[in-house]
Design a protein around this ligand. Sequence first.
Ligand code: UDX
Ligand code: UDX
Length: 464
Amino acid sequence: MTKICCIGAGYVGGPTMAMIAHKCPNIDVHVVDINQSRIDAWNSDVLPIYEPGLQEIVNAARGHNLRFSTQVDQGIHDADIIFISVNTPTKTFGVGAGRAANLEFIEKCARRIAESSKGHKIVVEKSTLPVRTAEAVKRILAESTNGATFDVLSNPEFLAEGTAIEDLLEPDRVLIGGESPAAIQTLVDVYANWVDRKRILTTNLWSSELSKLTANAFLAQRVSSINAISALCEATEANVDEVAAAIGTDSRIGPKFLKASVGFGGSCFQKDILNLVYLCEHFGLQEIADYWEQVIKMNDHQKARFTRNMVKTMFNTVSSKRLAIWGFAFKKDTNDTRESAAIYVCRDLLRENAVLNIYDPKVSDEQIRHDLREAMSNDSGELNSVDRRLIEENVHVVSSKQAAASGAHAIAVLTEWDEFRESDFATIYKSMQKPAFLFDGRNVLDHQALKAMGFEVHAIGKKI
Ligand code: UDX
Ligand code: UDX
């Protein structure tokens, strides 16, 4: 029986391994993590991450061929194939701070694999990594004192949160980069248990590593491009949704990823582009670095523009005004808030002295306050007393969208949760201060109907 170990039980490692276990009953899958409470959650009925369909798949495989534990060394020792799926955050210190990926955890994993392995192992990079990281991983593994031998493969994950299970079930492609044809074939055979072989692409190691960064950079670039056009739409009375629909019918452009928004978030887009920018600079390609950095600058501009527009619309002051924030996750159907536009919009509104009633169906009070504290801290991680007080006194995390809106001057929709579209707006309108403003940062509501009810509606890239 083939044995797989995955180091890192996060948003990528957890669902990916659950799918492999579910689709390959003849493969034993052991997911290990240094974080005990995360592992306890994976072993409970309340998984550490929210993903539609995940609980069912975990329930079906857990206790059979899927196991979660903190026994990292044992997991490595027993496995034929070891996936590294630990986090690679943007460096906050030293050379490349704010841009380069922090590869500390990857290196620690490689050293631990070198120490705990015997015989031959295939090591698979699942985490998104800068090009040529495999070089370092290979060198560390080569120092193994137990006589173990290794093949290193790159197998980046393209799943998107909220649709992880669908994406894993029917991926557009599976990408496997490597040097040893036999090792590549071993991993191809795992995926071929449920993925059409025509969709399994094999490349050299470096192409695979770079393809992941490039895919995310292109996707983020589309969002920044349509968001840039949204500002022009607002100035010209064009409608960005109409423009997106019109250009999306061109088969060369395609309809996806053209939804104007308050800005993209998530753990990948910003981190991967910063990484790409750093790589370009490292190789002396300053013009290329500047080109990609603009995608991030546009996204920052879009978030700031949204907040400024809210303040300007509400008579240039939101001080002491109660504002309902609908949605805090970076997109719908996930409890993940990493780099969510909501964090930055809320931070800027708090600094205008606004009082925020925040509601998100899946994000906890603790997480929201943690994210705001982090966003309001200085580079040394210190929070000044004014910002601390703002978070303590002006942030109210509430348990329903109605409670958030009650008595508020405005609603700002920052995540496109389905339940927001299906609201009883007539009742909500009555419960609000007048004029009742509605800022749709996701363009998901029926703007004309809301306007007819009495709301003053502001959306992205269109005049209502
Ligand atoms: C991570 C990377 O951030 C991303 O670049 C990559 O594409 C996939 O893996 P994600 O799964 O979302 O993404 O990260 P996260 O949810 O933070 O999970 C990483 C897990 O690794 C955490 O549970 C952490 O405890 C664990 N970890 C980290 C280890 O087990 N060992 C370590 O040394 C470091
Ligand atoms: C992304 C990639 O899609 C995935 O392939 C990769 O493996 C990880 O990074 P994810 O970050 O989970 O996945 O979500 P995604 O659906 O790409 O959305 C990213 C952000 O862009 C979200 O904040 C989303 O709301 C925003 N977005 C997306 C838009 O604002 N407009 C769009 O048209 C699409």
